[in-house]
Design a protein around this ligand. Structure first.
Ligand SMILES: [Zn+2]
Length: 261
């Protein structure tokens, strides 16, 4: 080696190497951040800040708290079309909840209303006038077809589920709507059934007593899409007049929004 050869560990080389290393790490971190952002509709903040829902924890751990968390609606919020379909902790799991048990990668395609009382005793009502269907084999669910009051001419559906006991042997759906019911007219406020704990039967763990309610899009033929897919559901906020997408917890019971806000 000649004297002018420069050892690889000379200061300029070390500096260059560490700059390259730093740039690679920074690029990697940037890619991770971008990937997280793309996966999350509402940005990084909700991924980092994802507390458990304190109201639900209080509801199940401390039944004495329930009276203060419960809301009962006998008519729609003023200025909004849909009736909140059952009494209880409403919006405990907002539509796109960013806190447990749902998360930003598994948003909740609806709201859950947790009733205070015995299984099969908390009524569930039709949110709006429409045509009710209960498919053959539906143990705990009904779905109602509506002309969208916020977008006349568009068909939307409201879906109600968990209305049976744990095994599915006892359905709490009203006797007016046996399996195989198709397109039966119902009016807003009609009794559909009662909140239950059914979660699929066949050994599936029961859910806490509630009704799951969602607003479902239709296909080009007006048929309902798969409710379990978040993108097939609509934000219930402008239909119910409740602030359902507030990421903060602990602000329950939810109250009606001002009309047309
Ligand atoms: Zn739900």
């Amino acid at each position: 080696m000649a004297d002018d050869s420069v050892p690889l560990t000379s200061a300029p080389h070390r500096r260059k190497r560490s700059i390259v290393l730093f740039a690679a790490i920074a690029a990697g971190l940037a890619l991770i951040v971008i990937a997280l952002y793309m996966l999350d509709r509402r940005g990084i903040v909700s991924i980092i800040h994802r507390p458990a829902n304190e109201a639900i924890i209080r509801w199940f751990n401390d039944p004495a708290s329930r009276a203060a968390l419960t809301t009962t609606f006998t008519e729609p919020c003023p200025g909004y079309p849909f009736l909140v379909p059952s009494a209880g902790l409403v919006g405990g799991l907002p539509w796109n909840a960013a806190y447990g048990p749902y998360n930003t990668l598994r948003p909740h395609p609806g709201i859950d209303i947790f009733g205070d009382g015995a299984i099969g005793s908390i009524p569930v009502y039709a949110a709006y006038d429409g045509l009710l269907t209960r498919e053959e084999g539906w143990v705990s669910s009904v779905i109602i077809r509506h002309d969208d009051p916020l977008q006349p001419g568009r068909v939307i559906w409201t879906y109600y589920t968990h209305m049976a006991d744990e095994s599915g042997a006892v359905s709490y759906i009203d006797g007016r709507f046996p399996p195989g019911t198709t397109g039966m007219p119902v009016a807003q406020g009609d009794l559909l059934g009662y909140q239950g704990v059914y979660n699929g039967g066949n050994g599936a763990p029961a859910v806490g007593l509630h009704v799951h309610f969602s607003i479902v899009r239709s296909d080009l033929f007006g048929r309902y899409l798969n409710e379990a897919v978040f993108e097939n559901t609509l934000d219930p906020t402008p239909y119910l007049g409740l602030s359902l997408n507030d990421p903060k917890s602990g602000e329950f019971p939810l109250r009606c929004l001002p009309p047309n806000s």
